[in-house]
Write a protein that binds this ligand. Sequence first.
Ligand code: D41
Length: 684
Amino acid sequence: MDERERSAAEIAALRERIRYHLHRYHVLDDPELADSEYDALFDRLVALEERYPEFVVADSPTQRVGAEPLPAFDSVAHELPMLSLDKCLSEDEFAEWEARCRSRVDYEGDFEFTCEPKIDGVAVSLMYEDGVLVRGATRGDGQTGEDITANVRTVSAVPLRLLGTGYPARLEVRGEIYMPTAGFRAFNEAAAAAGERTLVNPRNAAAGSLRQLDPKLTAGRPLSLFCYSAGLREGWQPATHWSVLEAFREWGLRINPRAARTTGLAQCFDYFRGLLADRDELGYEIDGVVVKVDDFALQDALGSVTRKPRWAIAFKYPSEEATTILRGVDFQVGRTGAITPVAKLEPVFVGGVTISNATLHNMDEVARLDLRVGDTVLVHRAGDVIPQVMKVIESRRPADVNEMPRIAMPEHCPACGAAIERPEGEVVARCPAGLTCPAQRRERLRHFASRLAMDIEGMGEKLVDQLVTRELVKDPSDFYRLTREQVESLERMGAKSADNLVSAVEASRDTTLARFIYALGIREVGETTAESLASHFGQLDKLRDATLEELAEVADVGPVVAARVREFFADEHNGGVVDDLVERGVHWPAPERRVSTPLAGETWVITGTLAAMTRNEAKARLVALGAKVAGSVSARTTCVVAGPGAGGKLEQAQQLKVPVVDEKQLLGKLKRYEANDGGGHEES
Ligand code: D41
């Protein structure tokens, strides 16, 4: 074999491996290689193809990027129309639809359905000929779409070639291309930082990305795909919709892991409620559930009207977007003095609740939005996230913009009157008064008592406000001076709640060093940094005495954080408060060498994406506690950690009845084990 032949063989082998890893990464959410290892394979293929351009083929993984800009989009006539969906807005309406279906086909008993999350993305058609992607098109009006082949080829979840065997010679796959929420946020943050236009929501972001004239721009966008039906499927006669999804999975086409089969109304309702409860954790936006009668014979019998199938329906969830009017802007003072503009809105129902406030982050954001009082704005509210003002609807502005009041940062702190500062080059304006500013004091105390800090149960914001107003609490240590009588004298405080609060304060004295550090409210020191500091120094005094250099040695601590920590402990008042807290009996277990390995003998598997840490971090922490972390699920697996987007492994775990926990539960377990580990009894 000469060099050229050897290279041809290597190219073929590389392509196969790369396709396999792309599939594991983008379709199964379950990579087997580090990104850098994958990159090395890819770079090797690029190098070989450059040396032997005659071996380059259209479906090589390298051909996703770099196609020449499209002059315009050609139109594509869909061979089978892409239907649209009827919708219903309540469980009652859904029940009516189901009853109509049953009476139309005279069906006794319960229908089998497939329920799928309704992805808020862009409907696309992907044509595969002999397993090779030959064309990608938008849905358009259902009859004619745009040819976006060059752009869909850059979407890594779109296989350029199907896996396995048994697919029809011509197969048209229909699905939804979308932008995951994390990618959307990252994209917008980068765009805002660069002074570029931000995108309003992930759906628009996906649509805009697919309509780029230069596929290189599409390639730079974090897009993904879920496949949900077969259009043209020459010679293939599946019996149910579910079997189409199963075949898709075999062929490497990404299907939604939350797709499920249900029987009858009650199971559909359970599905609607269950998915809604998880809506914020999915990692992508959905606007409801698509329910499809599963049996194709029944689908045929039900037929379609005016381009909508009678056998499918969209059950809509409350919208997470709404427009309303900006009535004014308030300025709130945070715990570290940061001043945040808050939009006061005409109350509006969005994401399932009525909101009247939304954050505007900072004045740069106000300027970027070009916001004026009286503007009609688009607001977005997803789950627990603070509602956001996404944009001004300019077409709803009165003719003379200049007559609308502008929004300006006040010169003085609304709480204490100190002159507000905004250092050169910083986006955040601050009240410099520190603890002499009542707003900052109140926020610090709220933070100190909060759940992730000292966790004084029942010490809510209203109670803290009362304690501060009555000057019963000034510094955190004052919480531990409160007497039963003082507590009982507060408004709306019965004997029982007073008892509870006193016990809660008492119980909070017993804490961990990490919680204590976090509770101090040092700027830039969040929960994770507090944990790193606690585990690095082990003792409070070591942290207090640490130099900038020593601080910078801590994982995740850079010069800025190090300086903040130094600053905090160098401050005399802060030092006094810390001493006072310890004197008042706040304590935590003394550090000890890690001797026990509570998870020894256990095998864990991590799948899907995690939010608070990377999978590697999670793995390291589990391993430190003695567990083995494996790549696949078997009957011997102790526990599976499943994040959003978990696919095959989660299913396998469910089949094998292996316990499954989510990230929150994992964090709980880790914290418990890590705190107990070594069993330090000595109190510091
Ligand atoms: O996730 C979706 N957005 C989705 C859209 C889905 N899971 N299934 C769908 N099924 C259909 C039929 C029943 C017509 C095959 C759809 C859509 N249609 C659809 N998307 C845009 C228009 C129609």
